[in-house]
Ligand binder design. Structure first.
Ligand code: PEP
Length: 247
């Protein structure tokens, strides 16, 4: 199974549902559709409408983050995994570098993972090194820490997707070379085996994936899909990413 996850970040109003409509139309016609799942993570404000509209269709809706407490809290503007689940979302991103840079520590992320899974949300756990860490050859060490400080064997690996998103690649148009990427993905697999045993969560890649470069990732079988930011806001680009991947 491959995942094509569109992360809309701070984008979209109720009328933007037409983007999903177009993706959905393509999806229903596409012969390859059994091989992949399409997921869109709009802002919180659109979760309920989008989830309701695409309930019986092929597009799943997820949130971009969640608060690290269950049910309710007195924290202003916080949205819990329980609240996300109740409006019909099926999954949540956790640990995106945008949120790590705003103060999400490993301890907070572990609580987020715990409560999201407890509320039956699938999670997409994002990890990745920054430019400086890459330059200093610290990538593997950074990824090891990000994974082992948060994920535990007791978490249901079937509900976890790990997204490798090098920060230097997000929104920059730069992607890792194949050799480098394969080495990193194999390293992530090794760490996940240490945590979970033989059967491990799926691994996807994120960072400047678009309709022109997606084929480059095809050779690496270990990559089970993509987290797509910028290019997911256009139905044409998003559909072309899927088409070109299978071409
Ligand atoms: C992201 O923000 O998760 C992302 C992958 O963005 P982009 O595709 O724009 O690099």
């Amino acid at each position: 199974m491959k995942y094509f996850i569109g992360n809309w970040k701070m984008f979209g109003v109720p009328g933007s549902i037409n983007i999903l409509d177009k993706i959905n139309l393509f999806n229903l016609r596409d012969r390859n559709r059994k091989k992949y799942k399409v997921i869109i993570t709009p802002p919180y404000t659109l979760l309920e409408t989008f989830a309701k509209n695409f309930k019986s269709k092929k597009i799943l809706i997820g949130s971009q983050n969640c608060y690290h407490k269950d049910l309710y809290s007195s924290n202003t503007a916080a949205i819990s995994p329980y609240m996300i689940k109740k409006v019909g979302a099926k999954l949540t991103l956790i640990g995106h570098s945008d949120n790590r840079s705003e103060g999400d520590t490993d301890k907070i992320l572990k609580d987020k993972v715990f409560f999201a899974l407890k509320n039956n949300l699938k999670i997409v756990f994002c990890i990745g090194e920054n430019k400086k860490q890459k330059k200093n050859n610290q990538t593997l060490k950074v990824l090891h820490k990000q994974l082992t400080q948060v994920l535990e064997k007791r978490f249901n690996r079937n509900n976890i997707i790990v997204a490798y998103e090098p920060i230097w690649s997000i929104g920059t148009g730069k992607i890792p070379n194949q050799e480098e990427l394969l080495k990193t993905i194999l390293h992530i697999k090794k760490i996940l085996r240490k945590i979970f045993g033989k059967r491990i969560p799926s691994i996807i890649y994120g960072g400047s994936v678009d309709e022109t470069n997606v084929q480059k990732f095809r050779k690496i079988n270990e990559i089970n899909g993509f987290l797509i930011g910028g290019a997911s806001k256009s139905s044409k680009k998003f559909i072309d990413i899927i088409k070109n991947y299978y071409r």
